[in-house]
Design a protein around this ligand. Structure first.
Ligand SMILES: [Zn+2]
Length: 429
C-alpha cells in the first residue's frame, strides 16, 4: 500500500497522472430505478467510466460532460433474465448432439448474446448449454470485450440423472454420445459432477430435479433425483460459495429441491400450498418461465409429443405463478430463451401482467429482485450510485403499457452504448 502511494505521489509530481475521463450525463423524461418506488421525473444519471456516479431529478451537469438526451423516453435499469440458453443453435437439443459442433454453438452464442443485449437484457444467468462449457467461453469473450453481450453467470453443464431430463433419449441404447458427460447418479457421482463443472469455470450449478417438457422419457411432473442426491449438490456447491438452481416442474421434485436447500426453483410449474410454505421457510426464490407455452406451440422444430407435454403444463403453471404471487414470495424474471426466441425475452412481461402482477412488480422482478436472487444486488438491477451503468430506454411509459419493454430503443452496459435510436449497433470504441 505504502509503495502504491509513493508511486502515485511520484506520478503526480511529474504530471503523469492519467486524465480523469469526463462524465456522461443521460437525461430522460422519467426514470424507473428498479427499486419499486415512484418514477423520478425528469431524470439525470451521471456516469463516470463503467459506473453510475449520481442519480437525481435535477442534478447539475458538470462542465465538459458528454450529454445523452433521450427526450421523452423512460429510463430503466438493464433488464435481467435468470434463465437463458444462449449457446443454443436453434435446433432441438437432442439433434444438436448429432448435427452441430461446439464451435457452432459458440458462434450462435455470440449472435444470441448480442441480440439479447440489444433487447435490453444486460445480465443473464445462463442455465446450461447442450454442448458443455460453451457458455463459459461465451462469458469470457464478453468479459474480454471480444463480442458484445450481457453480463453472464453460467452453469457450464447440466447435472442430470441417467434417463432424466438431460439424458438424450432418441438414440439406440448402443449409441453413446461420449462428449456430453452430464449424467450423475448417487451422492459420489453428483459430488464429482458439481466439482467438475465448478473446476471448468461454472458460476453456479444447474440440476434437473424433474422431467422436462422438451425431453423424452418420464413426464415433466416426475421427480428424477432424490432429496438426498439434491442435498449433496447443494452442500458441495456451498463449499465453493456457489448456489444451485433446480429445473423442477413436478410438485414432489419441487418440494424435494426446496428441502434440500436449492436456491432457485426454475419453471416451478406444479406448485401447491405446501410448496409455497416450504419456499417461505427455506428462503427459496421462484423463477417461472410463463411465455414458453406460447413459443413452444408455435415452434416448428418442437416434436408433436413435446408440444403435447407443453400444453398439459400450460394452465397449471399459470396457476402456480398466481399462487406464489399471492404469497408475496421473491419472484425472479426468466424466459428459457432459446425456447422463447432470443431477443424476444421481454414478451414474458405481458404474460406476467395478464396473470395479475402489476407492471411495476414485473419490472422489479427483472431488475432489483433478479439481481438480489443471484447475489449481484450490489452491482446491477438498480439505477443507483456505485452500480454498473447498465441502463435502457423505451420511448413510452411501461407502467401504462408493459409491452413498451418489447421495444427497447437504447441500451448502455458498463457506460458503453450498444444501441441507440440512430444506429442499429455501436460497438465499444
Ligand atoms: Zn431451460
Amino acid at each position: 500500500m505504502k509503495q502504491l502511494f509513493a508511486i502515485a505521489a511520484l506520478a503526480a509530481a511529474f504530471g503523469a497522472q492519467p486524465p480523469v475521463p469526463p462524465p456522461t450525463a443521460v437525461r430522460a423524461a422519467r426514470l424507473i430505478d428498479g427499486r419499486g418506488g415512484a418514477p423520478i421525473a425528469p431524470a439525470v444519471v451521471l456516469i463516470r467510466g463503467e459506473r453510475i456516479e449520481a442519480v437525481g431529478a435535477n442534478l447539475p451537469i458538470p462542465a465538459g460532460a458528454r450529454i445523452i438526451d433521450l427526450g421523452g423516453a423512460t429510463l430503466l435499469p438493464g433488464l435481467i433474465d435468470l434463465h437463458t440458453h444462449l449457446t443454443s443453435t436453434g435446433v432441438h437439443w437432442e439433434d444438436e448432439l448429432l448435427k452441430t459442433t461446439p464451435g457452432q454453438a459458440a458462434l450462435h452464442g455470440a449472435r444470441n448474446a448480442m441480440v439479447t443485449l440489444q433487447a435490453g437484457f444486460t445480465t443473464c444467468r445462463d442455465m446450461g448449454p447442450t454442448w458443455p462449457y460453451t457458455d463459459i467461453d461465451l462469458r469470457k469473450a464478453i468479459d474480454e470485450g471480444v463480442v458484445p453481450g450481457p453480463r453472464l453467470m453460467v452453469a457450464g453443464n447440466y447435472v442430470s440423472a441417467t434417463g432424466g431430463a438431460g439424458d438424450a433419449r432418441q438414440f439406440s441404447i448402443f449409441v453413446d454420445v461420449p462428449i456430453v458427460r452430464n449424467l450423475a447418479d448417487g451422492p459420489d457421482e453428483i459430488r464429482k459432477a458439481v466439482r467438475t463443472n465448478l473446476k471448468a469455470g461454472a458460476d453456479f450449478i444447474k440440476i434437473l430435479a424433474t422431467g422436462a417438457v422438451l425431453s423424452k422419457g418420464t413426464p415433466p411432473g416426475a421427480q428424477q433425483y432424490t432429496e438426498d442426491e439434491l442435498r449433496v449438490a447443494v452442500e458441495e456447491a456451498a463449499r465453493w460459495g456457489r448456489h444451485v438452481a433446480a429445473h423442477a416442474h413436478g410438485t414432489d421434485g419441487i418440494k424435494a429441491a426446496i428441502r434440500a436447500g436449492i436456491h432457485t426453483i426454475d419453471h416451478g410449474s406444479m406448485m401447491d400450498d405446501e410448496a409455497v410454505a416450504l419456499m417461505r421457510t427455506h428462503h427459496t426464490a421462484f423463477v417461472p418461465t410463463l411465455y414458453t407455452s406460447e413459443s413452444i406451440a408455435a415452434d416448428p422444430n418442437v416434436p408433436e409429443s413435446e408440444k403435447a407435454r407443453s400444453k398439459q403444463i400450460a394452465a397449471v403453471k399459470d396457476k402456480s405463478f398466481q399462487l406464489v404471487l399471492k404469497a408475496g414470495l421473491p419472484i425472479g424474471f426468466a424466459t428459457d430463451a432459446a425456447v422463447v426466441p432470443h431477443g424476444q425475452n421481454a414478451r414474458e412481461f405481458g404474460m406476467r401482467v395478464r396473470l395479475g402482477q402489476s407492471p411495476m412488480d414485473a419490472i422489479v422482478s427483472a431488475t432489483r429482485a433478479a439481481a438480489e436472487i443471484i447475489g449481484w444486488g450490489d452491482r446491477v438491477g438498480t439505477v443507483e450510485a456505485q452500480r454498473f451503468a447498465d441502463l435502457i430506454a423505451v420511448s413510452g411509459d411501461p407502467l401504462r403499457d408493459i409491452t413498451e419493454l418489447e421495444r427497447v430503443t437504447w441500451v448502455m452496459k458498463g457506460g458503453i452504448v450498444y444501441k441507440d435510436p440512430q444506429s442499429a449497433i455501436r460497438h465499444p470504441q
